[in-house]
Design a protein around this ligand. Structure first.
Ligand code: E4P
Length: 221
């Protein structure tokens, strides 16, 4: 399973990339707004800066609610950088836009996906990624990971090439389970990524190794 960083924070993206953990980035209007980025215009500069740090897919979401607005933005965004993936929502206008944009050979990330049926519809349009939102489904009393697992199974059954991107990841357990059910990618927040790297036994073991080695060095003095 590949890992993307779900963030628009340049410091976090640089650090995660330097650690060798991530092969892509997902952004959305909320994440961009958190970094005080004015939508469009500055959003582009932010994405181009991210592209200098990560040589992999960078998802950029449209902000228009209607079909024509989505199309205009999608075709513009697609020209920003070769690694850009256009994020389109699983709304009626969004599905229509997916078919047009993916039909032009532009990679699309189907976002705000909450059901297997929505994923099946996106796959008909030829999207490159579908993003089931695990955490938000869990918040609503559903089993988000079950939706990811079902999409993986259905796509496998029909040999569908759309990649399953587990999104709205809130914990290391989400990430572990996304890997277990066969998600192609998980996009994770920075704090979850860092938690994945840590284990108390690693920290304790590293301290003990260094202490024991110091004893060897001291005995030579
Ligand atoms: C995915 O691409 C979205 O940006 C993201 O995972 C949404 O996560 P949230 O539910 O924590 O906002």
């Amino acid at each position: 399973m590949k890992l993307f960083l779900d963030s628009a924070n340049l410091d976090n993206i640089r650090e995660a990339s330097d650690m060798g953990f991530i092969s892509g980035v997902t952004t959305n209007p909320s994440l961009a707004a958190k970094e005080n980025v004015g939508l469009m215009g500055d959003y582009k500069s932010l994405i181009l800066e991210i592209a200098t740090m990560v040589d992999g897919p960078i998802s950029v979401e449209v902000t228009a609610p209607d079909f024509q607005g989505m199309l205009d933005q999608a075709f513009d965004i697609a020209k920003w950088h070769k690694n850009v993936v256009v994020k389109l929502p699983s709304t009626i206008d969004g599905f229509k836009a997916m078919a047009r944009v993916a039909g032009e050979g532009i990679p699309v990330n189907q976002t705000l996906c909450f059901s297997v049926n929505q994923a099946i519809l996106g796959a008909q349009a030829g999207v490159a990624y579908v993003s089931p939102f695990v955490g938000r489904l869990d918040d609503g009393g559903h089993d988000g990971m079950n939706v990811v697992e079902d999409i993986v199974d259905v796509f496998g059954f029909y040999d569908i090439s759309t990649k399953v991107l587990a999104a709205s990841i809130r914990s290391t357990l989400h990430c572990l389970n996304a890997a277990k059910v066969g998600a192609d990618v998980a996009t994770v927040p920075f704090d979850v990524l860092m938690q994945m790297a840590h284990h108390p036994l690693t920290d304790a073991g590293a301290i003990k190794f260094l202490d024991d080695w110091k004893k060897v060095e001291n005995s030579k003095k």
